[in-house]
Design a protein around this ligand. Structure first.
Ligand code: FPP
Length: 246
């Protein structure tokens, strides 16, 4: 287990992949894989909170996932509603602040209402900041930020030359979290899949073949150990980093 707080990531982002294959390997329907995945969400949230990690961002439903069979989309939406009903009180007791990111105008109004109630209830909590990405895409997020900046330029509140990286970051969904230091992806694929495209610029990437429903606190610790071994250079040389004592 990683014990040194200084080498813990402040923000961990997770692509939870492999639910369908986990189910197929057990001759179960895909939705059984998603259901089983909720248990891994719970143990990952617990592990992140126990380590004192500041932010955890989970990719639960991408902009592209709308293209899945209607039955699967609907069972995922029902699962989000059910998870909110079952888990919010416990998250609140554990001082977790819950927030959803993504195009919530695309979601069913009933789900949006439950999201808003959960966010309001946990808004003042000071422990783990849990972000759940639903109807989210990294390109959508950047596009959204761009449109907001363009509107400010159009109405004269902002000069084009004043637009810099910090201003773009400030308009993104995760403006109030540090950039993810570590990305975990389960399920064997090694790609970003339109997740936090802007925010992941300097993240360490940790991929595992383990399917999401089998991911647990032990796997989370393996990812943290990997992160602790990495020397983050941000474009500098290893010697420069060593001299700075990082
Ligand atoms: C990817 O596996 C997983 C998803 C699209 C859904 C993730 C959702 C959950 C784990 C449900 C609960 C989430 C919360 C936040 C309560 P896949 O279906 O693409 O798997 P495959 O690649 O094996 O087909």
């Amino acid at each position: 287990m990683t014990s040194e707080k200084s080498i813990l990531p402040r923000h961990v982002a997770v692509i939870m992949d492999g639910n369908g294959r986990w189910a197929r390997a057990r001759q179960k329907p895909r939705h059984a894989g998603h259901r089983a995945g909720v248990k891994s969400v719970r143990s990952t949230v617990e592990a992140a909170a126990a380590h004192g990690i500041e932010c955890l961002t989970l990719f639960a439903f991408s902009s592209e996932n709308w293209g899945r069979p209607a039955e699967e989309v609907s069972s995922l939406m029902s699962l989000f509603v059910e998870a909110l009903r079952r888990e919010v009180a416990e998250l609140h007791r554990n001082n977790v602040r819950l927030r959803f990111i993504g195009a919530r105008e695309e979601l069913n109004p009933g789900l949006v209402k439950k999201i808003e109630i959960a966010e309001e209830k946990t808004r003042r909590n000071t422990g783990l900041y849990l972000n759940v990405a639903v109807a989210y895409g990294g390109r959508w997020d950047i596009l959204n930020a761009t449109k907001q900046l363009a509107a400010e330029v159009a109405n004269g509140d902002l000069q084009v030359d004043d637009i810099d990286e910090a201003l773009v970051s400030a308009k993104l969904q995760l403006a109030d979290c540090p950039e993810p230091d570590l990305l975990i992806r389960t399920g064997g694929e090694q790609r970003i899949s339109n997740f936090l495209l802007w925010n992941l610029a300097y993240a360490e990437l940790w991929f595992t073949d383990v399917f999401w429903p089998e991911f647990d606190a032990k796997q989370f610790d393996l990812a943290l150990e990997y992160f602790a071994r990495k020397q983050r250079r941000y474009g500098h040389t290893g010697e420069q980093i060593g001299a700075a004592g990082c």
